[in-house]
Design a protein around this ligand. Structure first.
Ligand SMILES: Cc1cc2nc3c(=O)[nH]c(=O)nc-3n(C[C@H](O)[C@H](O)[C@H](O)COP(=O)(O)O)c2cc1C
Length: 370
């Protein structure tokens, strides 16, 4: 279930900090910008990655988390998650698992398929993953985790990165220690979501906690993550933590133009507004079209429901019409639903003006029950 949170409102500082920073590199891989798409299971599939890349500003996009065992045993779902295309570059696949051999083999499997970088998931708080010692569960077994990460790094030439939280809970803020050890075993970059596992998505991101991870490493880049929805949020993340890049998850669902805005801000000091109602409608159709090419209309309609919800909320479409779109399964039903939405327009704002900023929802309830 999702609940709505408030919007962030801050002044946008000048881009002094990013323009004085060197370009972001993961080992030998130089990224075009310091802004990356954070993995979001169920959302960051190839069609969405293509869309944000077409809009511009994305330095790196990563898949949803992929089960290393599933990948090696030929699971269709796992393989589909790693689908890519020439425009989807540079491209990282995020793997999870608690078996060092499988994690190593999965990384080699991906390297052989020309993936640019492998990311190890150490942040997933979901009970069924963490309790088996994968995802955030890895933060509870330090020695095994460092040795697993080392075996993955040693097995491939492509950069290996790690994405983690600040620690298991407030009493175990282990991310700085892990970051230091990961750098020593050859990890190319660390992405850090500034919350603990116990926090789930509650409370606010601790930029101080992220800053401590930045301070713990010597050379590798640290990517700050969490609650970045606007250019002002990213500026604050860079300024207050000293991080070298920023990754954006839910903020990109609400505003797929955010990476382009960040790049424009960094290069010129100002940036264009996000897409308006008409542009979002065009984007929705394009993304759905990419998904339809991969899966066919009916399956695409089902898979697209969650993403469609974000689009239509951001477009300020009335609930009845959102519902009609969600129930559509055939091409004719989809076209009819989209025609009705286009005719009705947004309930707040105009078709061509800046729409009111969307409230970005968070997964709610105790993390144990997600
Ligand atoms: C629906 C959803 C799915 C997520 N899936 C993943 C995932 O597969 N791998 C991962 O490392 N993090 C995952 N995350 C965490 C995000 O990558 C990110 O760290 C978190 O949402 C905070 O960043 P944000 O505020 O920019 O969204 C997920 C978060 C959400 C809300």
């Amino acid at each position: 279930m999702f609940v709505e949170t408030g919007e962030s409102v801050t002044d946008i500082p000048d881009p002094l900090i990013p323009t004085t920073m060197p370009p972001l590199r993961y080992g030998a891989l130089q990224l075009a910008t310091r802004y990356s798409l954070s993995p979001l299971a169920g959302f960051t599939n190839l069609p969405f990655r293509r869309i944000v890349r077409e809009l511009g500003g994305v330095g790196l996009a990563t898949t949803d988390l992929v089960n290393a065992h599933g990948l090696l045993s030929g699971s269709r779902k796992s393989l589909q998650l790693t689908e890519t295309c020439p425009e989807d570059s540079p491209f990282a696949v995020q793997i999870f698992g608690n078996d060092p051999i499988k994690m190593r083999d999965a990384a080699q499997f991906l390297e052989a398929r020309n993936v640019d970088s492998v990311d190890i998931n150490m942040g997933c708080p979901v009970e069924r993953i963490a309790k088996r010692g994968s995802g955030a569960g890895m933060m509870r077994c330090a020695d095994e985790t460092v040795s697993l990460v080392r075996s993955v790094v040693d097995a491939v030439k492509i950069p290996v990165t790690v994405k983690m939280r600040l620690g298991w809970d407030d009493t175990q803020l282990t991310a700085p220690k892990f970051a230091r050890e990961f750098e020593q075993v050859g990890v190319a970059a660390i992405a850090i979501h500034g919350r603990t596992r116990a926090q789930g998505f509650s409370g606010s991101v601790s930029r101080d906690g992220i800053r401590q991870v930045v301070a713990a490493v010597q050379h590798i880049p640290v990517i700050g993550n969490g609650d970045v929805r606007t250019v002002a949020d990213a500026a604050q993340m860079l300024r207050e933590t000293g991080c070298h890049g920023v990754s954006v998850g839910r903020g990109a669902l609400a505003n797929p133009w955010i990476f382009r805005q960040l790049q424009q801000w960094e290069e010129t000091g100002s940036f264009d507004p996000p897409g308006n109602f008409n542009e979002r409608m065009e984007l929705l159709k394009r993304q759905f079209g990419y998904l339809e090419e991969l899966r066919g209309t009916q399956a695409a309609a089902i898979i697209f429901r969650k993403t469609g919800h974000w689009y239509l909320k951001a477009m300020r479409v009335r609930a009845r019409l959102r519902h009609q779109f969600q129930l559509a399964r055939t091409r004719a039903e989809l076209d009819a639903a989209l025609d009705d939405i286009a005719e009705d327009g947004p309930v707040r704002g105009t078709r061509t003006g800046i729409l009111p900023q969307m409230h970005v929802p968070v997964p709610s309830g105790p993390v144990e029950r997600w």
